[in-house]
Design a protein around this ligand. Structure first.
Ligand code: FAD
Length: 416
């Protein structure tokens, strides 16, 4: 600790990536400022699945149990046909320790837990600051922000672009990147009641899918998704017409949609995948969706953002005198796992949005056949879906090296 260099870290975006990296840098004693374009941190979004990799990071930050208490544990996941008949059941708890089974939580709750921890740790949060551009400037990069009182420049030793899929830091920072063509979109919401156990799971139809999952606080997170074209096609559609269309294809969705009377606060997303040639330029770094937004299919977007955050801090702390090398190593260690998850999610998106005659029948058959997968392959599959690349439940297992002895909370290397 005595040889540590104290730095000023400037972060664009107070989403899951921005707040978690802010907290991790602050916990090791750096001066951290987060700028966020929205005026308040309100109750936005719907449900998010915090998976094993994200939980390991939250445990390392001392927030795992708060997240578990605010969410709902998913020990098993059921794939069903459009009428609700069970096709495949995946028991996470047969492979993962109970503490690392996915937690389904309202995004706003996860956000609140991270924000409360940031505030308690002394992170400075500037709301109503819209980043207009980044000025890379070698080792003292700056963010230029529009505020209610005009433009200001905020400089630091590092600037972190955690400003999501449409990242201004990425697009003005000279990063070489592209957005994949749109494959999928979704509508998501939260119903203020729980459902009988047999209704939870994901439902498949021709080129569309929907799902219902228990959320903390006796609520239900639900979603409906389809190809980008299908979801763009509902733009301007009256809510009752969409409700009738979805419930006709997926009768079990009556359970949550009958409660909803208008579009209101429902989340409508068109999903884009981002690919960047490099995640850092000089002392400007991209993390989370800004670096590698991905399909929602594996429920890994927020989890990869959490892992990025802690991995980045670990690498910078391990090589305090050589930040350029630290950033290169961060990317080298993280990229293979992130790209594997991104690719798998993309493939599932392409497959799941096929609507040609016979596609539904074929997918049902393939899902049923998956029951006969060998035990070892099944375990490997669950670890992959959980963002873990090999057997092991500590930070090494998610590609975070070197270890982080300076964290306030010890790592939970022994999940019982
Ligand atoms: C409002 C909102 C609701 C969401 N709801 C869901 C959901 O219900 N389900 C789901 O699966 N995923 C949802 N997501 C996406 C999910 O949170 C992310 O994919 C994942 O958590 C990765 O997070 P991130 O921090 O990298 O990006 P994001 O979560 O997108 O966070 C980026 C942050 O940067 C801020 N920002 C963007 N541009 C600027 C700028 N120019 N200046 C300053 N600040 C800027 C944004 O306001 C946001 O707070 C939502 C994202 C947002 C922003």
């Amino acid at each position: 600790m005595n040889n540590r260099i104290e730095r000023r870290i400037v972060i664009a975006g107070a989403g899951i990536a921005g707040l978690s990296v802010a907290l991790a840098f602050r916990r090791v004693g750096h001066d951290v400022i987060v700028v966020e374009r929205t005026q308040s941190l309100g109750t936005v979004g719907a449900g998010i699945l915090v998976q094993a990799n994200g939980l390991v990071v939250l445990d390392a930050l001392g927030l795992g149990n708060a997240v578990r208490a605010a969410g709902s544990s998913c020990r098993a996941f059921n794939l069903r046909d459009r009428h609700g008949h069970l096709l495949l059941r995946t028991d996470f708890d047969a492979v993962l320790p109970a503490q690392l089974c996915p937690i389904s939580i309202h995004r706003a709750e996860l956000h609140r837990i991270l924000w409360d921890a940031c505030a308690a740790a002394g992170v400075s949060l500037q709301l109503g600051h819209t980043v207009k551009r980044v000025e890379p400037n070698e080792s003292q990069p700056s963010l230029v922000c529009e505020t209610g009182n005009g433009e200001i420049r905020i400089s630091g030793d590092f600037v972190i672009g955690a400003d999501g899929v449409k990242s201004v830091v990425r697009d003005t920072g000279g990063f070489v990147s592209h957005l994949d063509p749109i494959v999928e979109g979704s509508v998501q919401g939260v119903a203020p009641f729980s459902l009988p156990e047999h209704l939870y799971g994901e439902y498949f139809g021709a080129g569309e899918a929907c799902g219902m999952l228990p959320l903390g606080g006796a609520q239900t997170f639900w979603f409906w998704g389809g190809s980008g074209k299908t979801v763009s096609g509902i733009e301007g559609m009256p809510f009752p017409e969409w409700h009738a269309r979805v419930c006709k294809s997926f009768p079990p969705m009556h359970q949550v949609l009958d409660y909803q009377k208008e579009w209101g606060s429902l989340v409508r997303l068109i999903h884009r995948s981002v690919r960047c040639a490099s995640w850092s330029r000089g002392h400007v770094i991209l993390i989370g969706d800004a670096a590698h937004a991905m399909s929602p299919n594996l429920g890994q977007g927020a989890n990869c953002a959490l892992v990025d955050a802690l991995a980045l801090v670990c690498h910078v702390e391990a090589l305090p005198a050589n930040p350029e090398k630290a950033l290169k190593q961060f990317e080298q260690n993280r990229r293979p796992l992130v790209e594997a998850i991104q690719q798998r999610g993309h493939e599932e998106g392409v497959l799941g949005t096929q609507a040609w005659p016979g596609a539904e029948l074929l997918f049902k058959l393939l899902i049923r056949l998956a029951r006969f997968t060998s035990g070892a392959r099944h375990r490997a599959e669950i670890r992959m879906l959980s963002g873990l690349d090999y057997e092991g439940f500590d930070l090494d297992a998610i590609g975070i090296e070197p270890p982080v002895p300076w964290l306030t909370h010890p790592l939970q290397r022994d999940y019982a």
